[in-house]
Ligand binder design. Structure first.
Ligand SMILES: Cc1cc2nc3c(=O)[nH]c(=O)nc-3n(C[C@H](O)[C@H](O)[C@H](O)COP(=O)(O)O)c2cc1C
Ligand SMILES: [Mn+2]
Length: 479
């Protein structure tokens, strides 16, 4: 792996031409708006904010770290491939080989350069952005990980769950039902035993990435990070909580979770593009220790109206997981899977298959819509033939509009897995939603007689692009 911490990563991204540095921006909405401008664009740059208004010169924020394929490949230590589907395949093959590796406990960390205890803690000492106009507060935790230990089973989870500053020594957090941190939190709430928690607000982007994808229950994310890196991930033991904390982190807190007098958390702009879960009273953390490196960097990744960073990188990763789960469920000849970034990498999925038998397309669609990686808060599943690139929205819509007769080819699944964030579900009915299964393949029974496609053969197009592409487009035409 080319980087050991966020600072190495920033330097490499800069050398790759993948980073912009801006000076003099305002934490109040300006950093958020700039992040929106860059994350709405495919392969937009990462942005490092320096000299933030009202804060010491070295205190920085990095946003949009993972939204380009090149930076995602850097972060995972993999080649970027030539196309989106290439990289989905590269990650799918790599994912199968990852074996969790136990962490290495170390004593030294630059986090110990600045340590604050009870009475000295001020969470407002960092240039935490107010990301969007209607947010209920300043969210220091967006590209962050919340660190919790299962009180019965003993294993530790790192989950990316948003964190809002309530007060100079109090923060709030939100975890959706079913997430690992939420299951653990509910065990503490039920037993009444003390619940200590740690949170890291800046670290290398691989830590964030792993904290925000579906690592299996019971597997500590730091062991999965070790597996991706091919070497143990270094952690320190938190002085207050005893929890394993990334040694390479920039800003970390430890504290006690309070269930009494819950505090209003939210609203916060969410990945669906709305304030769907509104604001609720939630448990909060009394901060007992604050550690930070000199000149600390917050890693920011605000969700919001798609396309956004969390859609770009998770479309690659989650599409590969769905593909893998479909194969494990015995669906043959899957040729590609893509979650559209405009659906927040969940709400719309396209699956390409080579049709082998009657019913193959429906089988593929139903399994894709209900397998673990695809089931939560989905909406539309489109199945296409293998001449369609599922990551190309124009291709997918052409297939839908030309190979799908709605009355025949659309089915609805009801009472599927949704959640509080689903904007179209009325607040009193949240929890379930429905799925549209759209068969946009050529009808199996008369596939051979289906009208031929009006275009030159692939060989002719490829040869022509090779000959003239540079002159016409300044590239070979591939993305
Ligand atoms: C930027 C970002 C913010 C997120 N915020 C939350 C959140 O506030 N609450 C939540 O439950 N999940 C949130 N998620 C999704 C979780 O990180 C994701 O479901 C992850 O798999 C949870 O970890 P777990 O599988 O260990 O529970 C967020 C993801 C990203 C990328
Ligand atoms: Mn987990």
């Amino acid at each position: 792996m080319e980087f050991q911490d966020l600072r190495d990563w920033i330097q490499i991204a800069d050398e790759m031409g993948e980073l912009k540095t801006l000076k003099g921006c305002d934490w109040n909405l300006e950093i958020g708006a700039i992040t929106e401008l860059v994350h709405h664009k495919e392969d937009g740059p990462a942005v490092l904010f320096e000299d933030i208004k009202g804060y010491p010169k070295g205190y920085r924020v990095l946003s949009n770290s993972l939204s380009s394929r090149k930076r995602l490949a850097l972060t995972l230590g993999l080649p970027p491939g030539e196309t989106k589907m290439d990289f989905v395949k590269i990650w799918k093959d790599n994912y199968k080989k990852i074996k969790p590796i136990p962490p290495k406990f170390v004593k030294k960390s630059p986090l110990f350069d600045n340590v604050y205890k009870d009475g000295e803690i001020d969470m407002f000492k960092f240039p935490t952005p107010k990301w969007h106009d209607k947010d209920g507060g300043r969210y220091i935790g967006t590209g962050s990980v919340d660190i919790t230990r299962d009180p019965d089973e003993g294993w530790v989870n790192y989950g990316t769950y948003r964190v809002m500053i309530h007060d100079k020594d109090k923060v709030g957090f939100y975890i959706s039902p079913g997430k690992h941190g939420r299951i653990q939190r509910e065990k503490y709430a039920a037993s009444g035993q003390p619940f200590k928690m740690a949170m890291s607000f800046g670290h290398d982007p691989l830590t964030f990435l792993v904290g925000s994808i579906e690592v299996p229950y019971g597997v500590p994310e730091y062991e999965f990070i070790g597996g991706v890196r091919g070497e143990p991930f270094e952690v320190i033991e938190g002085e207050y909580s005893g929890l394993p904390i990334p040694a390479n982190a920039e800003i970390v807190i430890e504290g006690d979770v309070h269930f009494d007098n819950p505090k209003v958390e939210g609203p916060f702009g969410e990945w669906t593009g709305y304030y769907g879960s509104a604001e609720r009273a939630e448990p909060w953390v009394q901060v007992k220790r604050l550690y930070h490196r000199n000149d600390p960097i917050i890693l920011g990744s605000p969700p919001g109206r798609p396309p956004a960073e969390l859609g770009w990188y998770r479309s690659y990763l989650r599409s590969a997981l769905i593909w893998d789960e479909m194969e494990k469920a015995g669906v043959p000849d899957v040729k590609g899977v893509w979650l559209t970034v405009s659906g927040g990498s969940r709400l719309m999925m396209c699956v390409a298959i080579k049709q082998r038998y009657p019913g193959h397309a429906k089988q593929a669609a139903v399994i894709a819509s209900q397998c673990h990686a695809g089931a939560y808060l989905g909406r539309f599943v489109v199945v296409v033939d293998d001449d369609i690139d599922p990551s190309n929205t124009d291709d997918m819509i052409w297939a839908m509009t030309s190979r799908c007769d709605p009355a025949e080819d659309i089915d609805i699944l009801r009472r599927c897995w949704s959640g509080p964030l689903d904007p179209i579900i009325h607040p009193t009915k949240k929890g379930f939603n429905s799925r549209a299964i759209i068969d946009a393949t050529r009808p199996y029974e008369w596939m051979k007689d289906f009208p031929p496609v009006a275009e030159s053969s692939k060989e002719v197009l490829d040869a022509t692009a090779k000959k003239w592409g540079q002159e016409l487009f300044g590239s070979n035409g591939k993305k």
